[in-house]
Design a binder for this molecule. Structure first.
Ligand SMILES: NC(=O)c1ccc[n+]([C@@H]2O[C@H](COP(=O)([O-])OP(=O)(O)OC[C@H]3O[C@@H](n4cnc5c(N)ncnc54)[C@H](OP(=O)(O)O)[C@@H]3O)[C@@H](O)[C@H]2O)c1
Length: 311
């Protein structure tokens, strides 16, 4: 069983700009040296799980993760994803491929970029794939476990039925789903799986005070795709800002920052929730890892948040 620890870091933004046609799929420019430093700072502060995907920066995020942990590979847990196809040279997404031969090619490519012999958690990145198409992939993942190329696997999907279907596989141990204090997912929480919680900071809304004029068209939060709920036209959606403000005092009680409070809410909800906040800088790595020292919200604080937001 893979020990995920309490906290992981996400690396989507570190991949740098990439595109789905004219739609930004990245988070604007990134700084590779700062990214690697931020990952290592997390490691120094006790973070062991690092979540990436082959498509982040069209391979670039995986390369950075590989560089950051080359000398401590056996001490970190690397979770990556496959399913979206891309062209590294043009940094364009090109579609998706849910075939077994593509899974095998994707694993080999991820291993090369990560500079490793094994992937700790291989995740299916196609969240809405029909279950019948996922069945051969689940079997192929079991074969990849037997071959030693991957150690476990899961589905990155917000849909509990799909996650449970994959979860029936012997070495499927996780689901990755959107879960944060503003968007709960009780069906996912009810599964007998560890949950890698993506978007634990609501894509920065639960961490940064201001975004005014700072999100360009090369940031997925600037020119937003249809699925984006937290941002519109480069600005946070007012309903989510109001919800954040309504629980700010509880989340920041006891000296926590807002981001640390958002992580503490997840730990209080269930010990099987593992937040994977995306980081871009050493300062963000330090603040997010600093949440570990505070631990979960108390039962009383959790109750207060729930009664305000969902009572
Ligand atoms: N389908 C999928 O499988 C899927 C989808 C989404 C995400 N993910 C994974 O989940 C990870 C986390 O989700 P996410 O990156 O979408 O959202 P998130 O973790 O909610 O937000 C991350 C962003 O918030 C800002 N931030 C982080 N820590 C901060 C701090 N301490 N203070 C101020 N700002 C801070 C940073 O952006 P700025 O500095 O630019 O504001 C950072 O990129 C991703 O990196 C990725 O690994 C997976």
């Amino acid at each position: 069983m893979t020990d995920l620890g309490k906290l992981g870091f996400g690396t989507w933004a570190m991949g740098g700009p990439f595109w789905d046609g004219a739609q930004a799929a990245g988070w604007g420019p990134s700084d590779d040296a700062e990214s690697v430093k931020a990952l290592r700072r997390g490691f120094d502060l006790g973070v062991r799980l690092f979540d990436t995907a082959d498509v982040y920066g069209c391979g670039h995020a995986e390369t950075l993760v590989g560089q950051a942990f080359a000398d401590v590979r056996d001490q970190v847990v690397i979770a990556t994803k496959w399913g979206n196809t891309f062209d590294a040279a043009s940094r364009q997404m090109t579609g998706s491929d849910a075939s077994v031969p593509y899974l095998r090619r994707a694993v080999e490519a991820s291993l090369r970029r990560l500079g490793t012999d094994w992937i700790d958690v291989q995740q299916l990145h196609l969240g809405g794939l029909p279950v019948e198409l996922a069945e051969p992939l689940r079997e192929a993942c079991e074969e990849l476990v037997a071959e030693g190329k991957i150690r476990s696997y899961g589905w990155s999907t917000d849909d509990a039925e799909r996650a449970a279907f994959f979860g029936a596989g012997e070495h499927c141990t996780v689901v990755q789903a959107e879960l944060n204090v503003l968007v709960d997912n009780p069906e996912i929480r009810a599964l007998d799986l560890d949950v890698l919680c993506r978007g634990p900071l609501a894509m920065g809304l639960l961490a940064r005070e201001s975004f005014d004029g700072q999100l360009g068209d090369d940031d997925v939060r600037g020119k937003v795709p249809a699925w984006m709920r937290f941002f519109r036209d480069g600005r946070p959606v007012p309903e989510f800002v109001a919800a954040r403000e309504s629980v700010r005092d509880v989340l920041t009680s006891g000296g926590r920052t807002l981001a640390q409070g958002a992580l503490a809410w997840l730990w209080a909800r269930s010990p099987r929730l593992v937040p994977i906040p995306g980081v871009r800088t050493v300062a963000q790595a330090e603040e997010n890892a600093g949440a570990l020292a505070f631990g979960p919200l108390s039962a009383d604080e959790l109750e207060q948040v729930e009664s305000v937001l969902r009572g």
